[in-house]
Ligand binder design. Structure first.
Ligand SMILES: NC(=O)c1ccc[n+]([C@@H]2O[C@H](COP(=O)([O-])OP(=O)(O)OC[C@H]3O[C@@H](n4cnc5c(N)ncnc54)[C@H](OP(=O)(O)O)[C@@H]3O)[C@@H](O)[C@H]2O)c1
Length: 325
């Protein structure tokens, strides 16, 4: 089958169209004939080697949609031909066929396969950060960094669905700020000096939760945007800054909480909770409460260009690879 693989880490040019054997589903696994694969920032970091260098040909791709092609032993509730969306913890989505754990494979319901291709990782993460990491409650106020991106655009809408009262965002350009407003943000700020803008918007109080996948100076400044008992959730490092060393005493002196979210860790240590988040988020999408704006669709052989755009921060909403769609 055709796939996009890389054997050495580096720029988008290390991604190559390769011919690899079609995988065979083992117990508890589903083989999916992939229609669309989501393009995610985590896959860019995978390619760059931020999660370690591969020792063999690697096919990345953490989410996909398509039709069930075969079921491994013990898999129930799905049938060959069913349209599904899946989170792929071990990657493999940039290919004509991909293996997914049955517990992270979901019927698409009313979603079309195109939309579903960018749903399983993005919606689950957005829901998990909000519900699991910062534990939003109705009436809370939330600030979301990278507000116009895949996870950010979903998180704003899920926050609303969970009863959040006000949703603010930050982005890097005025164009993205304008674009992000369609996802229900009250205000979207440029990142420069955002903490002050948030304090002004909230009458000096700050927000109850900050969703931070950017890191570095943005992470540090996020603490200045918190209301008492506010929570900062760390769930990415898009800026690729060195890790921070934070003093603990300000947690005491300023009533702060630092929390985190990692879908890979959750998939290994609490797959049931991950599935609960995924189902809740997918139900919101199927009901029309959350929409995914597919802004770019690339053919499989153009995966390098999709990665270049994602790494350059050019993607708004969601980018996909069309494989069998
Ligand atoms: N922890 C988890 O389990 C988990 C799961 C999924 C995703 N994530 C993280 O969530 C974040 C969003 O993922 P996504 O796939 O939806 O990507 P995305 O938000 O569509 O794209 C990444 C965004 O990061 C921002 N950014 C900040 N500094 C950047 C830099 N130096 N280079 C490029 N972009 C930069 C850009 O937004 P601005 O232009 O507004 O700065 C860019 O649009 C990523 O950090 C990803 O790693 C984490």
């Amino acid at each position: 089958m055709r796939a996009i693989g890389f054997q050495e880490t580096g720029g988008p040019e290390v991604l190559h169209l390769v011919d690899v054997p079609r995988p065979v589903p083992g117990p508890g696994e589903v083989l999916i004939e992939v229609a669309y694969a989501g393009v995610n920032y985590g896959e860019v970091q995978h390619r760059l080697g931020d999660f370690g260098a591969p020792d063999t040909l690697t096919v990345t791709g953490l989410e996909a949609s398509g039709r069930v092609a075969a079921l491994g032993e013990g898999v129930g509730g799905l049938a060959v031909g069913d349209p599904v969306a899946a989170y792929l913890p071990d990657g493999g989505g940039y290919a004509e066929f991909a293996l997914a754990p049955a517990e992270f494979t979901f019927p698409v319901g009313t979603l079309d396969l195109r939309t579903a291709g960018g749903a399983a990782l993005v919606l689950t993460t957005a829901y998990g950060v909000l519900d699991g990491a910062v534990r939003v409650r109705p009436g809370d106020t939330v600030l979301i960094h990278a507000a116009a991106g895949g996870v950010g655009s979903a998180a704003a809408q899920i926050a609303r669905a969970l009863g959040v009262k006000a949703v603010y965002g930050t982005v890097s350009t005025p164009e993205k700020a304008e674009y992000a407003l369609r996802f229900g943000y009250d205000e979207v700020f440029l990142r420069e000096g955002f903490a002050e803008a948030v304090r002004t918007a909230t009458g000096g109080r700050g927000v109850d939760a900050v969703l931070d996948p950017v890191g570095g100076p943005t992470r540090l400044e996020s603490f200045e945007a918190l209301a008492p008992f506010g929570r900062v959730a760390v769930y990415g490092e898009a800026g690729r800054h060195p890790d921070l060393t934070l003093p603990v005493l300000p947690v005491w002196k300023n009533n702060r909480t630092l929390t985190g979210y990692n879908i890979g860790d959750l998939s290994r240590r609490d797959p049931h909770l991950l599935r609960t988040h995924a189902r809740a988020a997918l139900e919101l999408a199927a009901a029309g409460s959350v929409s995914i704006d597919i802004s770019a669709v690339h053919p499989l052989h153009d995966a390098a260009e999709a990665h270049r755009a994602m790494q350059a921060g050019e993607v708004r909403g969601k980018s996909l690879l069309e494989i069998g769609g």
